[in-house]
Ligand binder design. Structure first.
Ligand code: NI
Length: 148
């Protein structure tokens, strides 16, 4: 169990566009360890998602907490399934004490890689859709405080 320090507003890594995970990195113990550290860190902080830049790694990887447990998604691509949006309040482990009303697409399709490099494709709606879009923003250097 390794809980890492969570980066917060002002840490440069949160503002960088994170790089894609390379084919040679899938299935490595290093990538598995990073994901495992991220899960431990997210769980300790009672988060519902965490992105690699939030533990100081500028990589396109995030964890989301689902009903089936934590899932790691690498190099994620999100496509809205309609133009319909919803507004709800979001917090962020990297923006302590902040709550911001954020507009998100209600229904999305997600294409990503697993830690082993397998492909995963699924649709998400409502809360899960919101969490996924929030985490994807982290990989592009975007924070909820930018949406105020
Ligand atoms: Ni966040």
């Amino acid at each position: 169990m390794t809980v890492r320090k969570i980066t917060t507003v002002g840490d440069e890594v949160l503002r960088q566009k994170a790089r894609e995970i390379e084919p040679t990195e899938f299935g490595t113990p290093e990538l598995q360890r990073l994901a495992s550290d991220m899960i431990d860190t997210m769980t300790k902080a009672n988060g519902v998602g965490i992105a690699a830049p939030q533990v100081g790694e500028s990589l396109r990887l995030f964890i989301i907490d689902t009903t089936d447990g934590p899932a790691a998604l690498a190099n994620p691509v999100i496509t809205p399934r309609s133009k319909k949006t919803t507004v709800d309040t979001e917090g962020c482990l990297s923006c302590p004490g902040q709550e911001v009303a954020v507009t998100r697409f209600q229904k999305i399709s997600v294409h990503a890689k697993t830690l082993d490099g397998g492909s995963v494709n699924f649709d998400a709606e409502d809360f899960l859709s919101r969490v996924l879009q929030h985490e994807l923003d982290h990989l592009d250097g975007i924070l909820i405080i930018d949406k105020e």
